[in-house]
Ligand binder design. Structure first.
Ligand code: ADP
Ligand code: MG
Length: 587
């Protein structure tokens, strides 16, 4: 069922299950036994009907009835045992799937979390493993039952009166054919489209909610979220088309599997044409009872086919994470000679992008120099900074820190060299102490406090109920963007790495916060190589050197005064900036 592509999902599941794979096999065997046990009572039922029709001794009915009930209870118990086995195996599979995904995720380039979105990765880790767990725990036993039952049914249907059996089976066969058509080769692709659509809708919905303040502020209508609307409309038309596609085969399937009773009437007419005998009454009554089993069995097969497609889709999604190339771990024993940075002819192109985000950038930053990257939005400043800390590996060229290629450095060495505060540096839901300590887990509480002091965070700490032990995000302790950023700066202070990268760190407009952030930077960047990416040109004026990025290229470099004399992009930007300030003051 549903095996439209060669994809050995069971092999994969057994690998994940490890030693527990035998539990899967045991569970399936028990489910098969239970399926057989469920069918035997129908034979007892046949005997009971025979006693009744032939007017035999009614006392003998009791024995058959008890046996039937006993068998059913037995079947139920065996089925529970089967589910127990498959559940234990399912939990094991889910746990090992999650841990191998998480282990893999830890080796991935940090940039993947920008490129593919953390939401998407989280969805795969949660949902795909949960879908796999559900499949193994429930659907696998059901699938075994769905496979074994039809074999038993053949005996039950043809063993008593093959003529009636044959006539009654005709609609079942047609129904089955309709089902096969529904499950045809497009089905797996459709399942993927469905899951893709859910994924897009959930990420667009997040974007939508994030953008609500903008909409409210500028009084725009909901139609400004065109992408969200488009993906919903897209899903809507997909669902309609999918439903229409299934309408005919589904209608036939339902009609035929429910038409079995009508065929019993035909069968009864055929066998009683030449006079009614007791045996005929017996058989017709018996078939009335067992034929619904065929309907149930077919429905089960249909559902287990669908569950299997879901599973294959989930496993393939998990594979996608496993297929992302991990960042190679450098093995060079050379420690960087100093904290100077050299970029040689560096280019980078994002996955699936049409052009380079950074192209042929060559520049060198002396140890202890304070430099700034400036340029219009989208010119590649962030990308360049991220390449230095190896969020991704360069597509072309090389990046050296203290003479050592960052690719050759073990990641622990690279992280020892560089601290960074990026635009979206996050705090996690832990105490301030733990948050700051993340950069140096062995730091004492006094050291953390000192770092917070240097990062100008004391006013934040003072207003929190439990000081540095306050858990962020709990009991209404939310910090403003600027405050969060100061805490992430404290993190960088504590780490005390010789190279510091700050991205758009002063973009927060709150003036009080801005002064504090500025002061924190000055404290932080003493005796360090500093790369600063700032929107406010006033903050970069004092830099030793300014690199101007334009469309992925480094077009100018020099001090503020030098660049102002050159009358290039920097001067234009600076004039623009000065005008905007005058405009603000004037207003
Ligand atoms: P800046 O920081 O100067 O505003 P960025 O380095 O963020 O510029 O972006 C440079 C270019 O790379 C832009 O054209 C941007 O659209 C593209 N870009 C940035 N991040 C991604 C990403 N995660 N995936 C694809 N393209 C990206
Ligand atoms: Mg940027």
């Amino acid at each position: 069922m549903g095996k439209t592509e060669k994809y050995d999902h069971m092999k994969l599941i057994r690998e994940y299950a490890g030693n527990h794979k035998y539990l899967i096999t045991l569970g399936r065997c028990l489910a098969a036994v239970s399926a057989v046990l469920t069918l035997i009572p129908y034979y007892e039922l046949w005997k009971i009907i025979r006693i009744a029709v032939n007017g035999e001794d009614p006392d003998t009915i009791k024995g058959h009835a008890l046996l039937a009930v006993g068998l059913i209870i037995g079947a139920l118990l065996v089925y529970i045992a089967a589910l127990l086995c498959t559940h234990i195996a399912a939990f094991r599979v889910q746990a090992s799937m999650r841990s191998s995904l998480m282990r893999r995720i830890l080796t991935l380039p940090l940039g993947v979390f920008d490129e593919d979105g953390t939401g998407k990765i989280r969805r795969i880790v949660n949902d795909s493993t949960a879908a796999t767990e559900t499949y193994i725990a429930h659907s696998l036993a059901d699938k075994t039952v769905a496979t074994v039952t039809p074999i038993g049914l053949i005996v039950l249907v043809f063993g008593f009166n093959w003529k009636i059996g044959l006539i009654c089976v005709i609609p079942a066969i047609i129904g089955f054919a309709c089902m096969m058509k529904m499950m045809g080769k497009d089905m797996q692709a459709k399942m993927k489209e469905y899951q893709d659509a859910l994924e897009t809708m959930s990420s667009e919905a997040t974007e939508y909610v994030r953008g609500v303040p903008v909409v409210k502020t500028f009084g725009q209508t909901v139609h400004s979220f065109k992408r969200f609307k488009d993906c919903i409309s897209g899903y809507c038309s997909w669902a309609t088309q999918y439903t229409l596609m299934l309408r005919v085969p589904m209608a036939f399937f339902m009609t035929f599997i429910n038409a079995i009773f009508a065929f019993i009437v035909i069968a009864a007419y055929v066998v009683t044409k030449n006079g009614i005998e007791n045996a005929d009454i017996l058989n017709v009554m018996y078939y009335i009872i067992i034929m619904p089993l065929v309907t149930i069995a077919l429905t089960k097969i249909a559902y287990s086919g669908e569950a299997e497609m879901n599973l294959i889709d989930a496993l393939k999604r998990a594979d996608k994470i496993m297929e992302i190339e991990p960042l190679s771990e450098g093995t060079s024993k050379k420690t960087p000679a100093d904290c100077g940075i050299v970029l040689k002819d560096v280019s980078y192109r994002y996955k699936d992008a049409a052009r380079d985000a950074v192209s042929n950038v060559t520049l060198s930053i002396r140890p202890g120099e304070h430099v700034a990257f400036v340029g219009p939005s989208g010119s590649g400043k962030t990308t360049l900074a991220e390449l230095i800390v190896r969020f991704f590996d360069v597509t072309k060229g090389e990046i050296l820190i203290g003479g050592v290629n960052v690719k050759d450095m073990p990641s622990s060495e690279l992280m020892k060299q560089v601290s960074f505060v990026f635009q979206d540096s996050r705090l996690i839901k832990k105490s301030i102490l733990d948050n700051v300590r993340m950069s140096r887990p062995d730091a004492s509480e006094a050291e953390v406090l000192d770092a917070l002091k240097k990062a100008q965070c004391m006013d934040i700490i003072e207003k929190l109920p439990d000081g540095i032990h306050t858990v962020i995000g709990e009991k209404g302790t939310y910090l403003s963007g600027g405050e969060q950023q100061r805490i992430t700066i404290a993190r960088a202070v504590l780490k005390d790495a010789p190279i510091l990268i700050l991205d758009e760190a002063t973009a927060f407009a709150d003036p009080d916060n801005e002064t504090k952030v500025q002061a924190a930077f000055e404290e932080l960047s003493k005796d360090k190589t500093l790369i600063m990416i700032a929107h406010r040109l006033s903050t970069v004026m004092n830099a030793d050197r300014i690199f101007v990025m334009d469309d992925g290229k480094c077009t100018e470099s020099g001090t503020h005064d030098e660049l102002m004399k050159r009358d290039g992009l920097y001067k234009r930007m600076f004039d623009e900036y000065t005008r905007s300030i005058e405009w603000k003051v004037g207003a």
